[in-house]
Design a protein around this ligand. Structure first.
Ligand code: GLN
Length: 536
């Protein structure tokens, strides 16, 4: 089968969930046995989101091959179980950089370099890159931003040209919003009509319209939209608010979106998608009655997207244990000795979040001391693991000024220190220790039990590491280094065997947790939190 390209655009407002719609469609096609991948084109100038503050676009997701990516790639992986890579997330910055590099090399042979055709050609080359590998039947391309944005124009022009070139092997799904006007008690279709018009003005006719709505959209209203927008009535579907993003694939399937997509692209749909494992997950989610409460201590708690992969990984783990998850965000800048008891006593388990820099760090130490002393299941991730090490050094080993050199250059006890290969780096973009690395776990450790094997591979995003000069002192005092990168001897996992569940990982296991393949270490942590809950 020739590779088929599905473009997903959005209109009216942003944040409608193009990523979830793309992921859900991929999930359904995947469940029909097709090989699918999803890619996102982000119309900003940053080369990648690695240097962006999480307040801008939420968490930075990391792929296996070490690309710092938009958080939508996390949804793609969670919904499809298919790994993404550097090729799955391209920004305007990368497009321009490639074109400018070619210009400097003289590749354009003296021509004037222009947005059309040079930028658009580079976009098209990137759109087709994964398709040309021959590894996929369907490439779903999400165009970031909304139709009508200045920044999106070159992308839409590239899509217009590709649709012309690809013919039936391409399709456009347009996501819009149908607002409910409370005063009139009415749903309004006008913004959708305008949005489709804006798309048509740049030469793109959508094939499928997905209408985001809080209320049921009647068949008449859908027919009206179909009529005004030149779209077949059965290709106008609604995406009504649901209580879990993981129900969106089912909602789309109930409106035959997967079949419509296939038919429009000349493929006869056969049978039904194999959704049983997914349905079992939804069943567990819907039937859970008991609740496990996890506290997440971090500094970006005002914006929950900043910890998206962690909250999803926790949700997967709780669901597999047939529990509901109550996730309580605890601001690390607001926790101190006077309120730790009040903020933490109700938790069944606590996560100390990843992060960078000094802000909120003291609160993490307070929380860790409290959790260690009260022996409640505690999970430190990346900076959270580093904080576990520092807190232990200060309060158990008695090294009062122990610190990471990230926070204090001249500390006498640099229990966390800059990695050797980081010492001469001045460029901030894409230069951390990034992506999947091997880790060997100690036999008999909690981590080894959690994974059920000794050799694992998880993703990373850090510059600092555990200082091996201190390893023995930690081990003797009860914090063991039970995971290590075999090549670099870098400490990947610490744990305190004397505690219920007190584990820190230098890596980020949250990035690889998916609906059908939840993270083993998150499952072990949540199971421990549930066991603790049941002792109370
Ligand atoms: N700031 C720490 C480092 O660079 C931890 C990074 C993180 O939590 N992702 O090593």
């Amino acid at each position: 089968m020739e590779t088929k390209y599905i473009f997903v655009t959005g209109g009216v407002v942003s944040s409608l969930g193009k990523g979830i719609i793309s992921s859900s469609l991929a999930c359904l096609l995947n469940a029909r046995g097709f090989r699918v991948t999803i890619q996102k084109f982000d119309p900003y100038i940053n080369i990648d989101p690695g240097t962006l503050n999480p307040y801008e676009h939420g968490e930075c997701y990391v792929t296996d091959d070490g690309h710092e990516a938009d958080l939508d790639l996390g949804h793609y992986e969670r919904f499809t179980n298919v790994h993404t890579s550097r090729a799955n997330n391209v920004t305007t910055g990368r497009i321009y950089q490639a074109v400018i590099d070619k210009e400097r090399r003289g590749d354009y042979l003296g021509k004037t370099v222009q947005i059309v055709p040079h930028i658009t050609d580079e976009i098209k080359r990137n759109v087709k890159f994964l398709g040309n590998t021959g590894n996929y039947d369907f490439i779903i391309t999400e165009i970031g931003g909304t139709v009508g944005d200045i920044e999106s124009l070159p992308y839409l022009e590239a899509v217009r040209q590709l649709r012309w070139e690809l013919g039936q092997n391409s399709l456009c799904v347009h996501l819009t919003y149908v607002p409910f006007i409370a005063a009139a008690q009415e749903l309004k279709t006008k913004p959708t009509q305008h949005s489709v018009k804006a798309l048509q003005e740049v030469g793109i006719q959508p094939d499928i319209l997905v209408l985001r709505t809080e209320k049921e959209i009647s068949p008449e209203m859908r027919r009206k939209i179909a009529l005004f927008c030149n779209v077949a009535p059965d290709a106008v579907v609604q995406s009504k608010d649901v209580n879990s993003i993981y129900k969106v694939p089912l909602m789309l399937h109930s409106q035959h979106v997967d079949e419509t997509v296939l038919r429009k692209m000349g493929v006869t749909p056969e049978g039904e998608p194999h959704m049983q494992p997914w349905l079992d997950f939804i069943d567990k989610m819907d039937n859970a009655t008991e609740t496990v409460t996890i506290g997440l201590v971090g500094k970006y708690v005002e914006l929950q997207d900043a910890y998206k992969s962690i909250s999803e990984a926790l949700f997967h783990a709780a669901t597999y244990a047939s529990y509901k998850l109550r996730l309580v965000y605890i601001h690390s800048e607001k926790i101190d000795d006077s309120n730790a008891d009040e903020l933490l006593a109700g938790m069944d388990g606590v996560i100390i979040a990843p992060g960078f820099g000094q802000r909120g760090i003291e609160g993490k130490f307070v929380a860790l001391k409290w959790c260690r002393e009260h022996d409640i299941p505690t999970f430190g991730i990346c900076l959270g693991m580093q904080c576990m090490v520092i807190e232990f050094a200060r309060n158990v080993l008695g090294l009062a000024d122990a610190n990471s050199t990230e926070m204090n250059h001249s500390t006498t006890h640099n229990v966390i220190d800059l990695m050797e290969e980081q010492k001469n780096i001045s460029n901030l973009g894409g230069t951390m220790r990034l992506g999947a690395y091997d880790c060997r776990l100690r036999e008999g450790s909690l981590a080894a039990k959690a994974y059920g094997r000794l050799d694992i591979r998880e993703r990373h995003r850090h510059r600092y590491e555990f200082n091996n000069d201190y390893r023995e002192r930690f081990e003797q005092a009860g914090m063991e280094c039970v995971g290590e990168n075999p090549a670099a001897k870098l400490v990947e996992v610490v744990e305190m065997p004397s505690k219920r569940w007190y584990v820190g990982t230098q890596y980020h296991p949250e990035y690889s947790s998916t609906v059908l393949s939840p993270s083993p270490i998150f499952r072990s942590f949540v199971d421990a939190a549930i066991a603790y809950h049941n002792t109370k």
